[in-house]
Structure formats: structure tokens, C-alpha cells
Ligand binder design. Structure first.
Ligand code: Q9C
Ligand code: ZN
Length: 353
């Protein structure tokens, strides 16, 4: 299988994140992608490809251009404003309740703040997303990794894997968050729709709900989003991911959320996978974009499912058995000792192994 990887992710060298106000060692660290790369190289049977530059247009196809501008300018602004912080994390956000009782036009018409401390809240979703000097270049490279993976599949590969880091599925049209800056999978799905005119399905098997992917395609009839994730009543992103969220307008019925209880077993997980795949194959299209997360693993430090390595090979097999071509993009997964074996298992399953 072809793998797309860029060393640019190393510049997003995050050491800490904020958890309930307290700095803790970061979960989404550079070592994750290096562990996966080493495991695939050691396993053999994977050829590595550098991403090619795809420019801003595929990004602005799903994101507010202001988000790109902010991420490009943020670190220089931190320096200029002499914030003297090792990383940038917001502490004030324009939450919708701030505008309660006021006309919707007021909230919509507020200007973007001028200071970088205000801007990082304006373009942000949560405090788990530290921004450092190399973050923007890394996030741009992750998008190029995703788009190059799309190129390989559209050129005839049955399946290809993009080792995206930072991940993407929490990034919404105008918000970075949840360790994500640009929504790699959404950008990939949109690029496939534009290149082929076909409908596309996103299958999101990260432990967390992909609120960004759902939001971006909420009113779209040509991109079906299906996600298996922790019930938002107990788990991040907390405010989206319920089963009753099914899309609106032309996207009505094109969003499928399958929230799961803590302790989810391999067996029950496969039932959810089959449900999602049944919905995918009921719709036309020839490509599935997989948002692949391993924070569903039993020992993940921020997850609470009970999945084993063996189930990932089976999930890979079942996804490949749809006969659709697969653009497989890395999202989360934070238990580093098993990250390599889990990725190898999933991809080998998807590759007919
Ligand atoms: N102390 C992805 O898996 N909050 N993102 C974590 C843990 C954010 C996860 C708090 C979790 C985001 C791509
Ligand atoms: Zn996750």
C-alpha cells in the first residue's frame, strides 16, 4: 500500500496541553506519527511518498479563509506582541450564550479582535490545541498529505494511507480545536467530489465525534458522514455527536451518528461498523474517506472503549469488502506503545491481509 508522509509535522512540536485549566503533558505529540512511520517501514509492503503542494484553494473550499490567515499569522503575532509564552492557547471564546437575548445580527456582525489573544479564541473551539512556531507549516503539510493520498486513489490505487499529523476531524469551517487545525478528511472529501462529480462517504472511526466534518457537510447531500464515537454526553466534543443529528436541507439523512457507551467491546463495535457500512453502501459513490483513530483502543489514555488490536484488522477487512476505494487518513490515537501494531493491523486488513 502507498503511504503519504511528510516530516513537516515535526515542527508542530507540542509538549503540553490544557486539561480543565491545568497544563498536562500533551497527548497529540510528534512521536505518534514517527511510531506509525517506523512500524509501517518495519512491517514492509508499504511504499512512502512525499506530499505535493496543493495550495490554498482546496482548503478554502471547506474553511473560512480567515482561519488560514489567522493560523499563518498567529506565531509572528505572538512574537510581535511579546506574549512570551511557549505556546499559544486561548482562554476566552465567543460562546453563543454571550449573545443570549441579543439579536442574532449582533453576534454575526462582531469584528474579529485585533490582538492575537482575542483572535485565538475567535478561531478556536477549545483549549486542547496549543499552537507553536511550526504549527501552521505542519497543518498545511497534513492537508497536502491528505490531498496527495486522494491523488493516488483517483489515479487508480484501491487504497492509500495518509499519515496526517496534526489530525483534522474536529476542525470546523472557522474553528481549530481538539488537536486539529485544518480538517484533512473534509478537504479530501470535497476534493474528491469536485474531481469526480460523485458522491463521497466519510467513515469516521476515531473515538471522538468528528464535529468539524459533521458541521462542514451538514447541509450537503453529496457527502455522507457516518461516525462511531463516544457518547457526547460524557465525552469531548460534548456538544455535538448525538444520534438525533441527521443533517438538514439537502443533507437531511446524510449524517449518521452512532454514539457508544464506555467499555465498548470488539463484538459490539463490529455491530456499529456494520451499521455504518450498510448505510455507506446504500448510497452511490466509489470512494470512502476513512477518518482513522486508534483512541478506541482499550488502553488509550483519553478513551474508554475496550477494543483490541485484533478488531482493527477485522474492521479494515470489512471496510475494504465494500469494494469501494479507500482514502485512509490518520486522526487520533494516544496509547503510543500500541499505535504501530494497531495501524499495521488495520491497514493489513484493508489491504486484503
Ligand atoms: N485531557 C482527536 O482525537 N480534549 N482529538 C482532550 C484530555 C480534546 C481529541 C482532553 C480531545 C481531542 C483527533
Ligand atoms: Zn479522537
Amino acid at each position: 500500500m502507498k503511504v503519504v508522509y511528510s516530516p513537516a509535522h515535526l515542527g508542530h512540536d507540542v509538549t503540553h496541553e490544557t486539561y480543565l485549566g491545568q497544563p498536562i503533558p500533551a497527548h497529540e505529540v510528534a512521536e505518534r506519527a514517527e511510531i506509525i512511520r517506523a512500524a509501517l517501514q518495519h512491517d514492509g509492503g508499504y511504499s512512502f511518498h512525499e506530499p505535493t503542494e496543493h495550495g490554498e484553494d482546496p482548503i478554502t473550499a471547506v474553511h473560512d479563509p480567515g482561519l488560514i490567515r489567522f493560523l499563518a499569522e498567529a506565531w509572528p503575532a505572538v512574537q510581535r506582541e511579546r506574549l512570551e509564552r511557549p505556546y499559544l492557547v486561548a482562554d476566552t471564546y465567543p460562546t453563543f450564550r454571550m449573545f443570549e437575548g441579543m439579536s442574532p445580527g449582533l453576534a454575526a456582525g462582531q469584528p474579529e479582535p485585533r490582538s492575537v489573544a482575542g483572535r485565538v479564541g475567535w478561531w478556536g473551539l477549545d483549549t486542547s490545541n496549543p499552537l507553536v512556531e511550526g504549527t501552521y507549516q505542519a497543518a498545511r503539510a497534513a492537508v497536502d498529505v491528505a490531498l496527495t493520498t486522494v491523488d493516488l486513489v483517483l489515479a487508480g490505487e484501491q487504497a492509500a494511507y495518509g499519515l496526517c499529523r496534526p489530525p483534522g476531524h474536529h476542525a470546523a469551517r472557522s474553528m481549530a480545536g481538539g488537536y486539529c487545525f485544518f480538517n484533512n478528511a473534509a478537504i479530501a472529501a470535497e476534493a474528491i467530489v469536485r474531481a469526480t462529480g460523485e458522491r463521497v462517504a466519510i467513515l469516521d472511526v476515531d473515538y471522538h465525534h468528528g464535529n468539524g466534518s459533521q458541521q462542514i457537510f451538514w447541509r450537503r447531500g453529496d457527502v455522507f458522514y457516518a461516525s462511531i464515537h463516544a457518547d457526547p454526553a460524557r465525552q469531548y466534543p460534548f456538544f455535538l455527536g448525538y444520534a438525533h443529528e441527521t443533517g438538514e436541507g439537502p443533507g437531511s439523512g446524510e449524517n449518521l451518528n452512532l454514539p457508544q457507551q464506555a467499555g465498548l467491546s470488539d463484538e459490539r463495535y463490529l455491530v456499529a461498523v456494520d451499521r455504518a457500512l450498510e448505510a455507506v453502501v446504500a448510497r452511490p459513490g466509489s470512494v470512502i474517506v476513512v477518518s482513522l483513530g486508534f483512541d478506541t483502543y482499550g488502553q488509550d489514555p483519553i478513551g474508554d472503549f475496550a477494543l483490541t488490536t485484533a478488531v482493527y484488522a477485522e474492521v479494515g477487512r470489512r471496510v475494504a469488502a465494500t469494494g469501494r476505494r479507500l482514502v485512509i487518513l490518520q486522526e487520533g490515537g494516544y496509547y503510543r506503545p500500541a499505535l504501530g501494531q494497531n495501524t499495521v493491523a488495520w491497514l493489513r486488513g484493508a489491504d486484503g491481509g
